[in-house]
Design a binder for this molecule. Structure first.
Ligand code: ADP
Ligand code: MG
Length: 322
């Protein structure tokens, strides 16, 4: 099978019938029509074998996760995701692998009516770069820069499970199989919080998705907004299996472990009541974990009401040499 046959067999069918796609896979570029008055949002994520995933994983899971990682960026901006491109680098052409990979893409894209509109297929060490495009009505994107002192900080779900799953990848015997299965599910099949993201338009003052770790990603909001944050230790939603398996280390994983893809966002006090009402009506769970403060930096209020400075921690790829 050459690369054209691969594209035709495995990727072309992922193009769904969206009216705003004029030209999809098959030409030199896709032709897309954003809705009148909307702004286009574009975000790219690369996943590299043995860094972001293991090449031994089921290709379905690799593809599924790659899509969710991208959808999560749209959720954090309050955007409606629409179109995706996929630049895929493969060491070899294995039909059974591609079949599973395409099935994972399909499973992750279909619920959101997101369609694959192009890409590139090359030979080399396994990696993939996905570019997601979405839309918001003019001026409605939720930025990192809008948090203000007094805003309440929320997260959309339990934290630490994905990072904990990674800890057990190399020592699976260190954990009960049913606990490991729960953690692996969180690592491999995170949820894209798109519905909550859409509800946060005109409601949240700032938002970010937790890809690197809560403190690292919240620090991005704080830096962009010129503010600081006080987190309430007792309110951090540590995943129960992480607490069970890791004891005292669980909080560290919840604060600094990445790969959860929950949203972290801030709500001004005058919008808090209507926000909570809306979350309740839509059956969305959110955890109030702290407050934005004028004083820059991150701080943690512990059980004894002592305030401890927090160093933002999370995954980084590089420490550049001079
Ligand atoms: P070009 O030579 O112009 O770069 P390609 O031969 O790379 O074109 O790709 C042919 C068509 O197939 C293009 O429309 C491209 O967007 C699409 N395509 C290539 N690889 C992929 C992929 N992995 N997923 C989706 N579409 C792809
Ligand atoms: Mg090409």
């Amino acid at each position: 099978m050459n690369e054209f046959a691969v594209i035709h067999t495995f990727f072309k069918y992922l193009t769904s019938a969206r009216e705003d796609v004029v030209v999809s896979i098959g030409d030199d570029a896709a032709v897309l029509t954003p809705a009148f008055g909307n702004q286009l949002l574009v975000s790219t994520d690369t996943l590299v074998a043995e860094v972001h995933f293991l090449s031994a994983w089921d290709p379905y899971d690799i593809a599924y996760k790659a899509v969710i990682v991208n959808l999560s960026d749209m959720a954090a901006m309050g955007a409606q995701p629409c179109w995706l491109t996929l630049a895929l680098t493969l060491p070899r052409c294995e039909e059974s692998w591609l079949q599973r990979f395409a099935a994972g893409l399909h499973a992750a894209l279909t619920p959101w009516d997101v369609t694959l509109v192009g890409g590139d297929t090359t030979r080399g060490p396994l990696s993939m770069t996905l570019t997601i495009m979405g839309q918001v009505p003019q001026g409605m994107a939720i930025l990192r820069s809008g948090a203000r002192p007094g805003d309440t900080i929320y997260v959309t779900g339990d934290l630490g499970a994905a990072a904990c799953a990674i800890e057990y990848l190399t020592k699976p015997e260190g954990i009960a199989p049913q606990d490991r299965a729960i953690l692996m599910e969180k690592l491999l099949h995170p949820k894209a919080r798109l519905e909550i993201g859409l509800s946060l338009r005109n409601v949240a003052s700032a938002a970010v998705d937790i890809s690197d770790g809560l403190t690292a990603d919240l620090a991005h909001i704080c830096e962009a907004s010129g503010v600081g944050a006080l987190l309430n230790l007792a309110a951090i939603p540590v995943h129960p299996v992480v607490t069970k398996c890791q004891g005292a280390k669980a909080l560290d994983l919840a604060l600094g472990g990445g790969d959860d893809y929950e949203l972290c966002f801030t709500i001004p006090s005058h919008r808090k009541a209507s926000f909570l009402q809306q979350m309740h009506e839509q059956n969305h769970r959110c955890y109030d974990i702290g407050v934005i403060e004028q004083q820059v930096g991150l701080r943690l209020c512990d059980q004894t009401q002592s305030i401890i400075p927090l160093r933002p921690r999370g995954y980084t790829h590089f420490c550049c040499t001079k």
